[in-house]
Design a protein around this ligand. Structure first.
Ligand SMILES: CC(C)(COP(=O)(O)OP(=O)(O)OC[C@H]1O[C@@H](n2cnc3c(N)ncnc32)[C@H](O)[C@@H]1OP(=O)(O)O)[C@@H](O)C(=O)NCCC(=O)NCCS
Length: 210
């Protein structure tokens, strides 16, 4: 099952998720990479990473794009040459893109893992999560917060901002499936809407600049 799910966020914004189950040869068929991307692809040591990279090119095709329509800036942020906004994510065998004609967008998929408990203090005031019912709930919530911060970071597109000090995610309940967030950095405040969903032990978060 290659195309896992598509989500229509609004009239101008869509998400497509791929579950990478195909071989590298299969995924490579019909995909033409720019020299830049071919070089990156050739340097990828992990076969799953190469398959994920190719699957994203298949997701682009869904929206009428090819690899050559994508250009990366000096920070590694992808841009569409026609001016539409895009964000890309891959985690193990899931990959996703979000494309918007009108809004700046960011997306992140993370596998839910216990490891997040050990690094939580580096990206969020951890105390807030102690009231949750059990460890699994804490892991889920922290993974959503992490994904939100990665998504915002991808929109902001600049190095220097700190997940802990500059990106703030408003508290939320699981049932809401959404929250808000802001970046306060060098006197500048920007606001974002954040949405999340969970599937097969993974968490997908996307953010839209307000
Ligand atoms: C760049 C970064 C956002 C990528 O996120 P990730 O979870 O490692 O990986 P993902 O698969 O979700 O995203 C990778 C994609 O992000 C995009 N990306 C890379 N750099 C980017 C940037 N500066 N801005 C926006 N998007 C970027 C690319 O499209 C990349 O995929 P591609 O090169 O195959 O097209 C992440 O590595 C990073 O640097 N985060 C900030 C680090 C940080 O401050 N951490 C805090 C620790 S407490």
């Amino acid at each position: 099952m290659p195309l896992y799910k598509t989500i229509t966020v609004n009239l101008n914004t869509s998400i497509a998720i791929w579950k990478v189950e195909e071989t590298e040869t299969f995924l490579g068929k019909g995909i033409l990479l720019t020299d830049h991307c071919q070089n990156r692809y050739n340097g990828m040591k992990s076969e799953l990473h190469r398959r994920a990279f190719l699957s994203i090119r298949h997701l682009l095709v869904l929206y009428g794009y090819e690899d050559k329509d994508l250009v990366y800036d000096e920070f590694g942020k992808p841009h569409l040459k026609d001016g539409n906004f895009i964000s890309i994510t891959h985690s193990h065998h899931f990959t996703a893109i979000i494309i918007s004609r009108t809004e700046q967008v960011g997306i992140d998929i993370e596998k839910n893992r216990e490891k997040i408990l050990r690094i939580a203090h580096k990206f969020t005031p951890f105390e807030e999560y102690r009231t949750l019912a059990n460890t699994e709930a804490i892991i889920r919530k922290l993974t959503i917060v992490w994904g939100a911060k990665e998504s915002l970071y991808k929109i902001y597109g600049q190095q220097g901002i700190s997940f802990l000090h500059h990106i703030h995610v408003a508290d939320f309940s699981f049932a809401q499936n959404q929250t808000t967030a802001k970046i306060i950095y060098q006197g500048d405040i920007s606001l974002y809407e954040v949405h999340f969903m969970e599937f097969e032990g993974f968490t997908l978060v996307y953010a839209i600049k307000g």
